[in-house]
Design a protein. Structure first.
Length: 190
């Protein structure tokens, strides 16, 4: 089922086992490094009939960063980058959602990294909705948005001999979300 119908209105929770909140950036100006955050909590309040009444909240545990390199992950948690001890969460709270096409939305909101909040607009595509084999109603959303890490106080870098830098300031945020609808079902105790 891929239609947006009124019965899809309500609360949806991100399923961490099937959701990727990731990023990619250039390393040494010649390759991409990809990573993700493995611990987060996200909720969507959907109003299908009036999307501007919908909202999204996301809280990411900075310490859960995973780039498949323990040494790099440890460095990313330090004050050089995210300063996880002092800023343990990255948050996004929507302020307004615009439907631009039947399956495409712009989610506007406040992104906070290292205690610095900036407004951000994220294009999101509604991929579809299906009931999974476990009986849960599941919706998929995907989107990307490029940001400048310096805007959030993430400034560490090292100059390269060629004149470039070790880590690009441009970061591509990647959202691949599987959200499960909160349904009142006597059999599961909710």
């Amino acid at each position: 089922m891929s239609e947006l119908t009124a019965d899809l209105s309500g609360e949806w929770r991100f399923d961490p086992a099937h959701t990727r909140i990731g990023f990619s950036t250039r390393h040494a100006m010649v390759t991409k490094v990809r990573g993700a955050f493995n611990e987060f909590d996200g909720v969507i309040h959907a109003d299908v009939e009036n999307p501007s009444n919908s909202s999204v909240k996301l809280a990411i545990k900075v310490a859960s960063i995973d780039t498949r390199s323990e040494q790099r992950d440890g460095h990313l948690r330090t004050n050089d980058f995210f300063d996880a001890p002092n800023y343990p969460e990255i948050t996004f709270v929507s302020t307004h959602i615009d439907q631009v096409e039947e399956r495409n939305f712009i989610v506007n909101g406040d992104l906070t990294i290292r205690g610095m909040t900036k407004q951000l607009s994220i294009p999101i595509e509604f991929v579809g909705v299906e009931r999974d084999p476990g009986g849960q109603l599941r919706a998929g959303f995907e989107g990307t948005r490029r940001i400048n890490r310096q805007d959030f106080g993430v400034k560490w870098n090292t100059a390269m001999d060629s004149g470039g830098v070790l880590v690009s300031d441009r970061i591509l945020l990647e959202f691949e979300v599987s959200a499960v609808k909160v349904e009142n079902n006597a059999s599961d105790g909710r």
